[in-house]
Design a binder for this molecule. Structure first.
Ligand code: XMP
Length: 213
């Protein structure tokens, strides 16, 4: 089939539910993203299990924002568990981000998708884009809820750095619009995992993206 650009944000607590949803939707996904709820609910070994069940890359969305040594201590265990990518905040400074990048593929948050992003993060976005261009991570996080910001971020970013966008569905963003604006990957959580038929919801978003690519 594919080359999917869809990432499932698997924000459930329960191991069995997570594995079942991941298995059912895997055909339409590029990767599975795990965040604190699933790691708190099911333990770090869920990363290893999800990899085995889906065969897909696993993104650990920990939004690391600590001193370099603590970022390193956390990221090393997460990569060891099998995560292929770790998400880190850039606002804590380049050394904290480098500590993660030295251990594995990293994604830097340059702007968030919720309304509160306008308070502190958006004013810092230009500097965070510069940081990403300097360090060359796998990708950056940009807000699917604001396609015009995704287009702006894409235009300022080195072309090989991927733009990864949460905020589609429950937060109001549209997959079609954000891909047209330049997103390489689209993250969707609640619209898939709370749906009566997660596989069908994933398929629909996958098709929507395919039409515009
Ligand atoms: P929903 O349910 O809203 O889930 O589709 C979105 C997922 O993405 C995470 N998220 C973000 N992660 N920067 C990030 O690094 C963001 O701006 C952002 N907005 C949402 C969210 O925690 C959930 O896992």
């Amino acid at each position: 089939m594919k080359e999917s650009r869809l990432i499932l944000a698997l924000d459930v607590y329960e191991r069995e539910r997570a594995l079942e949803i991941a298995e059912r939707t895997a055909e339409y996904l590029w990767a599975v993203k795990v965040n604190w709820p699933l790691i708190i609910g099911s333990g770090l070994k869920i990363i290893t299990e999800l990899k085995q069940v889906t065969g897909l890359p696993i993104i650990a969305d920990l939004k690391l924002a600590d001193i370099p040594n603590t970022n390193r201590l956390i990221a090393s265990k997460v990569f060891e568990a099998g995560a292929d990518y770790v998400i880190a905040h850039g606002f804590v400074g380049r050394e904290s981000v480098k500590a993660v990048m030295e251990l594995g593929e990293t994604i830097i948050v340059v702007e968030m998708s919720h309304p509160g992003a306008g308070e502190f993060i958006q004013p810092a976005t230009d500097g965070l884009i510069e940081l990403a261009n300097e360090l060359g991570p796998f990708g950056v996080i940009a807000p699917a809820t604001r396609p015009e910001r995704v287009a702006y971020i894409r235009s300022k970013l080195r072309p090989e750095i991927k733009v990864i966008t949460p905020g589609v569905g429950a937060q109001g963003g549209k997959a079609e619009e954000v891909v047209k604006a330049g997103a390489d990957y689209v993250i969707v959580g609640r619209s898939i995992y709370t749906s009566k038929n997660p596989r069908e919801s994933a398929r629909r978003i996958f098709e929507e993206i395919k039409e515009v690519v």
